[in-house]
Design a protein around this ligand. Structure first.
Ligand SMILES: [Zn+2]
Length: 106
């Protein structure tokens, strides 16, 4: 289990940022994919944008984008019909064999 997964398991969504060139590395890696510098793990800015959604068996799923580059999939809790491009937040995250995210509309 890497740092990303261990932090997720504790309910924290952290992303690696290069200490040398400040690039956010996604998918997460322990080293910068651009300059091979060391990364610093920091919490993500949790104000995201809804990119896509679908519903299945009464549940809603979506792809959300954070910090203009990080796209993640998860479950969406929304009381109104979602609108592509609307703001959403991460309401919970975890790790169980794969990353788990729940989003909610703001
Ligand atoms: Zn770098």
């Amino acid at each position: 289990m890497n740092i990303f997964e261990a932090e997720l398991k504790n309910g924290r969504f952290v992303i690696p940022e290069c200490s040398r060139c400040q690039k956010v590395i996604w998918p997460p890696s322990e080293f910068c994919t651009q300059c091979f510098g060391n990364v610093i793990w920091r919490t993500v800015n949790d104000s995201g944008i809804l990119v896509e959604y679908s519903s299945k068996d009464g549940k809603m799923f979506c792809i959300a984008e954070f910090e203009d580059s990080i796209r993640i999939m998860g479950t969406l809790n929304c009381y109104k019909t979602p609108v592509i491009g609307q703001k959403i937040k991460i309401s919970s995250c975890g790790f169980d064999k794969s990353p788990k995210f729940t989003f909610s509309s703001e």
